[in-house]
Design a protein around this ligand. Structure first.
Ligand code: FMN
Length: 369
């Protein structure tokens, strides 16, 4: 029996270890973390959402700052690794089209599209460019139904199919693609969703003679978890929370410390101005917004398409970027349901070693029964 993880093949792209690091905004996964993951054989992902907040002029010029910072971070990552580098772009942001175009121009290996159903072609990308892309395009979904809708629409309207899907279950960190009352439902667990989604994808794979890998995420934390979900049909995994407590993670040390200090009961769900539930580590700021307190909202520009910035209780971009810099008076950490398991900060190299060893041990234990 093979005791090492399978490589992940997405078309002509090979990812030596089937681990895609989740893009984490704002400023949590930039070039340093992405390159470190890519150097270990996984796919390193830069989060594009409000990435310009890391630039000095973001308050007056956020859209330009976003474009500049995204290009800069992709190039920095490329200089640090020959491995696989991708970008995570949320459909919900108002400069989605610009960021998508820049990621294509910079020839990233893959683009993961989150927070929305990506049916239309991004503006400025013509049909030929879209069909003959080198960059792999991977929608992030939360149901088999979404996979079906996207594949049907793309095959009929664009004459192409996504290169893979990320299926994210309800245990993930950050914004969730579930209604609050779905989060704990048994029919919404990742273990239920993976075989359902795999079956839907399979029918398109057969019809169009194209392999479309399924990457599962949300609550994957150990090598055992990787083993378990790949046995259920996932071709790879996406892990965000696990990579926060690494030296290379681009967030401030204080952000990582909130993970180390957290207890299981601190990991809670909030209602985000994005219009989706979000999983966070509760702190005083979270308790205040939950009790209805109004926080100052100084919107420099409307970063989220649907944000009602004149009536929201807090600015999600400000709160997340404050936390990334270690300011917890004005923000909170996004975190997955397993964040409390972190015991110490380690290198990305050691993290991969641990995951490999756990995976191997699990294979050996399974073979013995
Ligand atoms: C701190 C943090 C920030 C995140 N930011 C984003 C983001 O900007 N865009 C996005 O699509 N997903 C975001 N996510 C989700 C991750 O990309 C990934 O899908 C998720 O972390 C997987 O679940 P896990 O945290 O249990 O491993 C974030 C997750 C975390 C923990």
């Amino acid at each position: 029996m093979q005791e090492t993880m399978n490589e992940l093949k997405i078309g002509d792209l090979t990812i030596r270890k089937p681990i895609i690091q989740g893009g984490m905004g704002i400023g949590i996964s930039l070039s340093r973390l992405a390159a470190a993951v890519a150097n270990e054989g996984g796919a390193g992902i830069i989060s594009a959402v409000c990435i310009g907040m890391t630039e000095p002029d973001y308050k007056t010029n956020l859209k330009e700052a976003n474009k500049r910072a995204l290009r800069k971070e992709i190039r920095k990552a490329r200089a640090l690794t020959n491995g696989v580098i991708g970008v995570n772009i949320m459909m919900a942001v108002s400069d989605y089209d610009d960021l998508f175009r820049i990621a294509l121009e910079e020839k990233v290996d893959l683009i993961i599209i989150g927070a929305g159903l990506p049916l239309r072609r991004p503006a400025g990308i013509d049909e030929e460019m879209f069909k003959n892309r080198k960059t792999k395009i991977i929608p992030k979904i939360s149901s088999a139904r979404a996979a079906n809708v996207i594949m049907k629409f793309w095959s009929e309207k664009h004459g192409t199919l996504p290169d893979a899907f990320v299926l994210e279950g309800p245990l993930a960190g950050g914004h969730l693609g579930f209604k609050p009352d779905e989060i704990d439902r048994e029919d919404k667990t990742l273990e239920t969703l993976v075989p359902e989604t795999k079956a839907v994808i399979r029918s398109f794979e057969v019809k169009y003679k194209k392999s479309i890998p399924l990457i599962a995420g949300g609550g994957i934390y150990t090598g055992d978890d990787i083993y378990h979900i790949t046995q259920l049909g996932a071709d790879g995994v996406k892990m965000g929370t696990r990579f926060v407590t690494t030296y290379e993670c681009d967030a401030a040390l204080a952000f990582k410390q909130t993970y180390l200090d957290s207890k299981q009961e601190d990991i809670q769900i909030i209602e985000s101005p994005v219009g989706l539930p979000g999983r966070v580590i509760a702190n005083q700021f979270v308790r205040e917004i939950n009790s209805g307190m109004q926080k100052p909202v100084r919107c420099a520009w409307q970063c989220l398409k649907g944000c009602k910035f004149k009536s929201v209780k807090f600015c999600i971009a400000d709160a997340l970027f404050s936390a990334a810099r270690g300011d917890f008076d004005n923000g909170f950490s996004f975190a997955g349901s397993n964040a409390w398991k972190a015991e110490r900060i380690m290198s990305v190299h050691e993290t991969f070693q641990q995951l490999e060893e756990e995976y191997q041990q699990k294979c050996i234990r399974r073979a013995a029964v």
